[in-house]
Design a protein. Structure first.
Length: 569
């Protein structure tokens, strides 16, 4: 398809001898279509060229002979040049593009580039909390979109399976393990054991010392300790997988902190050699104050053990070698901002290529709050995500049954709608905003929700079903699609790939979520204003084709976010 911004900037750049790359940054998309599809404000040029914006605009217009097939009208208003794109040609190009590519919007932009995405990463023997739900969903969406744009993506679930807390857990289990049946809800029970031993540790310094000793034994690969730790890990992963199954999450690697822990020695050696690793109150730290970070990064604690940061540094070293990454993205809540600032700075001391240190990116997100009331207080102080997901599915089923009592495969549809609602809700607002997890809100079919997009898709399907045929591209007369409702859809569909590129450049899946809402709304208006099923077969064919491609883009876009589409609902 013609890249209109590029086409216009090239013409302008040739006419006034200003760098094309600069010109392109001036071009705007007017809010109101009456002011053209694209506009070029001449104000900034006025300084450079020492002429009034209006004069410059007139000058440019006179100098350039735009191809009428591409731009059919150019107008000057108050120092702006407004461009009106030739709709017929644009629509034709779009349809050709769609026909040519079995997967519209797909690209090989990322060919030969490796992207590591570190996401989800819950902690063993601790509940998978609502924040983990968010990283799982954001990371999963980024994963799919990078892949669709041709990158080679490696999704890593960097499990929190290491640290002194395991020494405590082993101690607690030794003392009270027999009181608990770990076959059922093991994480709740391990969390309970952990709570109990923590209380004891606070009361009795000797118990704490024993816990530390347990952890040392685990580090030294003591058979009994490793066996227990493995048991906790297996039980936890089994629970996490229930959530991943519901969400449809997949990972290429499950290498967590424990694997990174076995590689921390090299990190310490390298850092020692830089002379930047200094002693402070028995610990080994790196001072980062000259980098504008007030808190030093601890590398070794006074008892010699490593910490979260050390392990992350070891993982960076390992990932650079193993995956030769162009980007390594970490999706966590903004609470870990300082941690990533620190390790990204220290990583520059590891002697790895700048390509790697430049490719490190922390994708942070805001907090998710549960609405107060029954949900947030169940089972002590945390909510099981699995329960929350199942509750949403049950609610979805109630709504569906209400709306469409005779629907087949109701359970399957309810699952798609319930999970789709949760996923969409986690992606709909810009990442860093805090949000509330409100089941009723996210299941509102009329709101800006996942089910609304699914419902719109189902409408496109049912139109096709009703007519029972799909017109051939040759049978479509584009003249029938020049009205503003059809053109609105065509504009949005034309922006699909651009939208995906924006998502990865800002690590912001909400851009795609918003795009799908816009497309759904545009379709609803089109559907209400233009009769698709029409006595005029020529019009009907054209509208049906538009209906068909709208459904396809909605489906593809939703899938990229991790949302499955039902055929009926
Ligand atoms: N396990 C950590 C948590 O639950 C998240 C790990 C994020 N990834 C990383 N490489 N540090 O908070």
């Amino acid at each position: 398809m013609t890249n209109y911004k590029k086409y216009i900037s090239k013409m302008i750049s040739d006419a006034i001898q200003v760098d094309e790359n600069e010109v392109v940054t001036f071009i705007e998309t007017p809010k109101d279509k009456d002011n053209g599809d694209l506009a070029f404000p001449c104000f900034r040029l006025a300084k450079i060229l020492k002429k009034s914006p209006q004069e410059i605009a007139i000058d440019i217009k006179e100098k350039i002979d735009f191809d009428k097939k591409i731009i059919d009208k150019v107008e000057i208003i108050n120092g702006y040049i407004n461009f009106y794109i030739n709709k017929l040609n644009k629509t034709k190009e779009l349809f050709q593009d769609i026909e040519k590519n079995s997967e519209y919007g797909k690209s090989d932009l990322g060919k030969g580039k490796n992207i590591v995405i570190d996401y989800s990463a819950p902690n063993i023997a601790k509940p998978f909390h609502i924040g983990h739900l968010k990283t799982t969903v954001i990371g999963g969406a980024l994963y799919n979109i990078y892949k669709y744009l041709g990158y080679n993506v490696i999704g890593i679930n960097y499990l929190g399976d290491y640290g002194t807390q395991f020494g405590k857990l082993i101690e607690g289990y030794k003392r009270w393990g027999t009181e608990y049946d770990l076959n059922e809800n093991p994480i709740d029970k391990l969390a309970d054991i952990y709570k109990r031993i923590n209380i004891l540790c606070k009361e009795d310094e000797n118990v704490l010392e024993t816990c530390r000793e347990n952890f040392r034994l685990l580090e030294q690969k003591d058979e009994y300790s490793v066996k227990l730790w493995q048991k906790f890990k297996d039980l936890s992963i089994k629970e996490f997988k229930k959530i991943y199954d519901l969400l449809g999450s997949k990972f290429d690697s499950w290498e967590g902190e424990s694997q990174a822990a076995s590689k921390t020695e090299e990190v310490i050696e390298i850092l020692e050699k830089t002379g930047k690793l200094v002693e402070s109150e028995g610990a080994k730290i790196i001072d980062l104050s000259d980098k504008g970070i007030d808190t030093p990064c601890i590398i070794c604690k006074s008892n010699g053990s490593t910490i979260y940061a050390t392990r992350d540094l070891a993982a960076i070293l390992d990932r650079s070698r193993r995956y030769d990454f162009d980007k390594c993205i970490y999706v966590t809540s903004y609470e870990q901002k300082l941690h990533f600032k620190q390790i990204f700075e220290v990583a520059k001391l590891l002697g790895i290529d700048e390509k790697y240190t430049n490719g490190l990116e922390h994708v942070e997100y805001g907090m998710v709050r549960l609405p107060s009331g029954k949900m947030s207080t169940r089972e002590g102080n945390f909510v099981k995500i699995e329960d929350l997901l199942n509750e949403t599915i049950t609610e979805a089923e109630k709504i569906i049954t209400d709306k469409n009592p005779n629907l087949e495969n109701k359970e399957d549809v309810a699952k798609k709608v319930g999970i789709g609602a949760v996923i969409f809700n986690n992606l709909a607002t810009s990442r860093v905003k805090d949000e509330v997890f409100d089941i009723r809100e996210m299941l509102n079919f009329q709101g800006e929700t996942g089910p609304y997009i699914q419902y719109t898709y189902v409408r496109t399907k049912s139109v096709l079903d009703k007519l029972g045929y799909l017109p051939n591209i040759e049978e479509i007369n584009i003249e029938n699609l020049l009205d503003k409702y059809s053109q609105n859809i065509i504009d949005i569909i034309s922006n699909f790939q651009d939208t995906l590129i924006q998502v990865i450049s800002k690590s912001e899946p909400s851009i795609l979520a918003k795009y799908l809402i816009d497309l759904s709304k545009a379709y609803s208006i089109f559907y209400n204003e233009n009769k698709i099923i029409n006595e005029n077969k020529d019009i009907q064919n054209a509208r049906m084709y538009l209906n068909y491609i709208t459904g396809n883009v909605l489906k593809k876009g939703a899938e990229l976010l991790g949302i499955k589409m039902p055929d009926k609902m």
